[in-house]
Design a binder for this molecule. Structure first.
Ligand SMILES: C[S@@+](CC[C@H](N)C(=O)[O-])C[C@H]1O[C@@H](n2cnc3c(N)ncnc32)[C@H](O)[C@@H]1O
Length: 240
């Protein structure tokens, strides 16, 4: 079920859309951020690129590929993949190098200097049970010393009272506290529910390090959103 594509195809550049959480909490976003040819970027998102290697970038879960276009403007060779056919179609119309492909089906021979996974997408690609497997697969895609930029939401630092209550509800029902069940909404459209995980920074870094990825830079917009740029350490540098 392509929940992203369905919502994007219903959208209009000047419109807004909502993301509803299962507890009824609603956030509103502008379509321009996702669909536009020249979307807005936050300073903290731009900062990530200063900590990447020169060369190639693969953007996994790229949506319409706004970070692919931005990477190219900085001189990187960039490609994006996403499972949403419609999101890819929109981005390709803007001339971006995008392919409709699932991360889990990526060719393991392809080696990139950098991988970026923006907008908390890591938790929509890998559930907690698959996080080790996610980093193991990443090792086969990244070059040695390759950089991996991940962004997420550090739920232990949440200050919003609705969100704190939702986190508590997750704990009570034995869910990972950063679990979310969401759906997109517009005036005449309500999408299907979909699930994901916002990984807290400590857990994400612990699992990454257990799999040979070392944090080289940590940044964030505020206490809740954060980015970590990891380095893929090669086998030979792990043995002493
Ligand atoms: C929150 S959106 C982020 C889009 C984009 N990175 C951005 O920052 O605007 C998450 C994206 O991940 C994609 N996605 C989810 N699971 C995926 C997978 N296994 N492989 C590739 N893309 C995936 C979805 O289709 C969706 O477009």
């Amino acid at each position: 079920m392509d929940v992203y594509g369905k919502m994007l195809m219903e959208g209009d550049l000047d419109a807004h859309f909502q993301v509803e959480r299962e507890d009824g909490h609603v956030s509103t976003y502008s379509f321009k951020e996702w669909l536009g040819k020249h979307p807005k970027f936050n300073t903290w998102e731009k900062a990530i690129f200063d900590y990447l290697n020169k060369g190639s970038i693969l953007d996994i879960g790229c949506g319409t590929g706004k970070h692919v276009a931005y990477s190219e403007s900085l001189g990187f060779t960039a490609k994006g993949i996403d499972t949403s056919e419609d999101a890819i179609k929109i981005g390709q119309e803007y001339g971006r190098d995008l392919e409709c492909l699932d991360f889990w089906k990526l060719d393991e021979e392809a080696k990139y200097e950098n991988v970026i996974i923006m907008d908390s997408t890591v938790g929509f690609i890998a559930s907690p049970e698959k996080l080790n497997e996610f980093f193991q697969k990443m090792k086969t895609i990244l070059s040695i010393s390759g950089k991996l930029a991940l962004t997420s939401i550090n739920w232990p630092e949440a200050t919003n009272s609705d969100y704190k209550e939702y986190i508590l509800k997750n704990k009570k029902r034995d869910q990972y506290p950063g679990y979310v069940k969401l759906r997109f909404k517009m005036e005449n459209f309500t999408g299907e529910w979909f699930e994901g995980y916002y990984y807290d920074m400590d857990s994400l870094i612990t699992v990454a390090m257990n799999n040979g990825f070392y944090p080289r830079w940590i940044g964030g917009s505020d206490a809740v959103k954060y980015t970590v740029v990891f380095e893929n350490k090669g086998e030979e540098t792990l043995t002493f």
